[in-house]
Ligand binder design. Structure first.
Ligand code: 13P
Ligand code: SF4
Length: 307
């Protein structure tokens, strides 16, 4: 990524001139992650940072739902995304009308919504969660509402993986991450056979059979911490490909094995379009203020939970 030094330099210069910060997700390519990201992390960390930054402009180096979350938490800031088409198969799997129908079907049960959703869906939600805190949020919601079941939408696999870790009953939706649903238990068994010493870390958006075969499941930040603190000799990150590239730069003692899958939405964000975003002040992400107000309650309830 050092080959991109002139562009990285130009972006960092523009950031200073415009009082802008770049919030970069762990799935950004290393040139973005290491070269221009002011804050890098998982969805939870990026949301926390969006709420606390005092910059005037946030450039979201991630997908659209992340930029909307930043706007919901920082309504007075200008939030830019370098490509408006950077979507997410989970976010597009469910609408606000679907959530209202689910509420009618399960009256009195709290709706826990993964942050990988639109602002309109968050506005119909009681509390948000990310892959880093889903079990904690589900248990908190069951306690607060005095119920033994909650709705956990829209990721079917995250819901199943959470259900295995709690006694709270989970009612799921049928959304899937198009990147993580492709991994199979067979993939994991083949890796184990070929590399018996390798530690296998998987994202909770993977199918339950994959998680069952893995050594550890956690958010992208949790995987990062695992590698940097435990320093495994060999590791496989069952997730998006850039994740391993980014951690590898800081984990010189660890060998990273494949497979991985690319997220076509995350890969829409490039150094070139980040540069254009800052130069031409585009593309602004807006959220209807009435929707944002309701969505903010749901996101803020999650952020306010103890770490
Ligand atoms: P994290 O919250 O673990 O970073 O996950 C976000 C995401 O989009 C994973 O596919
Ligand atoms: Fe959405 Fe999956 Fe891409 Fe994450 S990796 S942004 S969940 S499609």
């Amino acid at each position: 990524w050092r080959l991109h030094a002139p562009l990285i330099h130009a972006i960092n210069q523009l950031k200073r001139e415009r009082n802008a910060v770049i919030l970069a997700h762990n799935y950004m390519t290393p040139d973005i992650f290491h070269g221009v990201g002011d804050y890098v992390g998982d969805s939870l960390g990026l949301a926390r940072e969006a709420a606390r930054t005092d910059a005037a402009v946030i450039v979201q180096a991630g997908v659209h739902f992340m930029a909307e979350t930043s706007k919901i938490l920082s309504p007075d800031k200008r939030v830019l995304i370098p490509d408006l088409k950077a979507g997410c198969s989970l976010a597009s799997s469910i609408t606000a009308a679907d959530v209202r129908l689910m509420r009618e079907r399960y009256p009195g049960l709290p709706v826990v919504t993964y942050v990988n959703t639109s602002a309109e869906v968050k506005a119909e939600t009681d509390i948000c969660c990310t892959s880093a805190n889903a079990v904690q949020v589900v248990e908190h919601a069951a306690r607060e509402w005095g119920v033994d079941r909650v709705l956990l939408i829209p990721d079917e696999f995250l819901a199943r993986n959470v259900a295995r870790q709690t006694s709270v009953g989970i009612i799921a939706w049928r959304g899937r991450c198009e990147v993580h649903e492709q991994f199979t238990a067979e993939d994991i068994r083949e890796i184990r056979e070929a590399h018996p010493g390798a530690e296998i870390l998987a994202h909770p958006e993977c199918p339950a059979e994959v998680i069952a075969e893995a050594d550890f499941a956690g958010s992208t930040a949790a995987m990062n911490d695992y590698v940097l603190t435990r320093k495994p000799r060999q590791v496989v990150l069952i997730t998006e490909c850039s994740m391993a590239d980014n951690v590898a730069a800081d984990a010189v003692e660890t060998e990273f094995l494949r497979p991985c899958n690319l997220c076509p939405h995350m890969k829409r964000i490039t150094l070139e379009n980040i540069h254009q975003a800052l130069l031409e002040d585009r593309y602004e992400v807006t959220v209807d203020p009435a929707v944002a107000l309701r969505a903010r309650d749901a996101v803020q309830r999650m952020i306010d939970l103890p770490p």
